[in-house]
Design a protein. Structure first.
Length: 511
């Protein structure tokens, strides 16, 4: 697999696109005013402890208090997964099987503590915190005080795991430190691991020295910026090139890569052309496509992706898919293409939570198992934790994907101020009928008064419909109720907004 890392740096925004075999698989965005918080370590104060939900709220200086659940105090390995995206298998010295105590016996209101952000704020929710610190290096993740040695589950090769176990036993590991071998640790030497241990240990000692004198709340340690974080986590031998369009960041990348993997420095390229770097690699085009409901497959079929409050639904359709094979084989081929594209779109759009994929019905059980296995294989390259369940009798595959930060649509778009995010507004005809109904109510309520003059203020298209196609209906209302109606177009009004005024007094009619 050929992997390319394309870096676009603007004054207020940095974007990193990860291409695999020429196709955009992941887009990461960091804005100047909204830098990622995951991985940052803070000295904070416990503001509230709620035994009913086994959680506490901690002030770390971010405006909204952070959420600290009891599981993020007792589970040593959870933070490693959140910070470095690694699933961990224990090895050698393992943590004791802790019985979970009530949170109010572990921490008290007003207590100062060291906490790390493991999840970004999403919507109205504040950051999620953990008291189990986890700091990612190049090949290892350090967990101070955890006394845990382990290997990422993503390293599947048995011989490689055995080699790594042997190396871990030879390493000079401080007693009060736990370490996890990261996925990129495959093929690394004992010297590589020892350098990582020395770097991470020195970094932790420096953090510890800051804590006593630091005010509360205070930022104690800040995670690397987006570009360096991606390079630390994604720079492997299968990366064919790293392209940067900023001279300053190009130099920073060179320094970082020379220190990290000197043999990769020749693959760093500066993009100084007139054309925008993302246009050259068609990344902006792919980002725009990632906002569409419909995604076409090569075979002529397509996916329809709908996002709701509770879940995301992906519907697979045969579309224009025509094949000379049997119907069963055609359906299987379409579903297998849908698997690859669905997995790509889920990762690209950064969709989290419950995901339901409605595949084209397959009559053969072995075809269903093939689709399930294909999906399990397709999500292996995704760092976010996923769980895949068997295809149901209705042909539906259910899966969950860890929600760590905002989806791509949430990061780039906001709900339409016009339709409120529904994607729909009332038709002109519907609005005309609604206005006629309001006119009738207003004229009827004003019958006892002298001849009522009504001025209707509405969107120009609504007014046009009322003055032309529906004018006769309005005249009939005027005759029947002995009133008069005039129309005042207002382009600033929402198409569903209507105001009725008493033209004699100028006051708004309340109906």
């Amino acid at each position: 697999m050929d992997k390319q890392i394309i870096i676009n740096v603007e004054a207020q925004e940095t974007r990193v696109g990860v291409l695999e075999d020429g196709k955009l698989q992941e887009i990461l965005i960091e804005r100047q005013q909204e830098k990622t918080l995951v991985g940052n370590i803070y000295k904070g104060t416990v503001r509230n402890v709620l035994p009913a939900i086994q959680a506490a709220f901690v002030d770390v200086g971010l405006g909204r208090n952070g959420f600290l659940h009891v599981s993020d105090i007792t589970n040593e390995v959870a933070a490693c997964r959140e910070i470095a995206g690694e699933e961990v298998e224990g090895l050698g010295v393992t943590g004791k099987d802790l019985k979970r105590e009530s949170i109010d016996k572990m921490i008290q209101k007003g207590q100062e503590l060291l906490a790390q952000i493991i999840k970004e704020p999403i919507g109205t929710k504040g950051v999620r915190l953990s008291t189990n610190i986890s700091i990612a290096g190049r090949y290892l993740v350090m967990m101070p005080g955890a006394q845990q040695i382990g290997i990422s589950r993503r390293i599947a090769d048995f011989e490689e795991r055995r080699r790594l176990r042997h190396i871990l036993r030879q390493l000079n590991i401080p007693r009060d430190m736990g370490f996890i071998v990261r996925t990129v640790g495959q093929g690394a030497t004992q010297e590589d691991f020892q350098k990582d241990i020395s770097y991470l240990t020195d970094l932790w000692r420096g953090i510890q020295r800051q804590i006593p004198a630091a005010p509360c709340p205070a930022l104690i340690h800040e995670e690397l910026n987006l570009i360096l974080r991606v390079l630390r986590d994604a720079l492997t031998e299968d990366v064919s090139k790293i392209v940067v369009d900023s001279k300053e960041e190009y130099k920073n990348v060179q320094r970082f890569v020379n220190a990290l993997m000197p043999n990769m420095s020749a693959k760093i390229l500066y993009h100084g052309g007139r054309d925008h770097i993302f246009d050259c690699y068609e990344i902006d085009k792919e980002i725009e496509k990632a906002q569409r409901r419909k995604v076409w497959l090569k075979c002529g079929g397509y996916l329809v992706i709908e996002q709701t409050e509770a879940m995301v639904v992906i519907d697979v359709n045969s579309g224009r898919c025509l094949d000379k094979k049997s119907l069963d084989e055609t359906i299987l081929a379409t579903n297998l293409q849908a698997v690859d594209e669905a997995a790509r779109q889920i990762r690209l759009r950064n969709i989290g939570g419950i995901i339901i994929i409605d595949f084209i019905d397959m009559s053969l059980k072995r075809h269903q198992r093939m689709v399930e296995k294909a999906m399990q294989k397709a999500v292996k390259r995704d760092k976010a934790k996923t769980n895949i369940f068997p295809i149901s009798a209705l042909g539906i595959l259910q899966m969950t994907r860890e929600r760590v930060k905002e989806s791509l649509s949430e990061a780039v778009y906001e709900s339409c101020l016009y339709c409120g995010g529904s994607g729909r507004v009332k038709s002109i005809e519907s609005m005309s009928i609604e206005v006629q109904r309001l006119i009738k109510l207003a004229l009827r309520s004003g019958r006892r008064l002298r001849r009522l003059l009504i001025r209707v203020q509405a969107h120009p298209k609504v007014c046009q419909r009322l003055e032309k196609e529906d004018r006769e209906t309005v005249r009939e209302l005027e005759r029947h109720f002995s009133g008069a109606v005039s129309f005042q177009p207002n382009e600033d009004l929402h198409i569903e907004t209507v105001r009725l005024y008493n033209d004699r007094t100028g006051k708004l009619i309340d109906i």
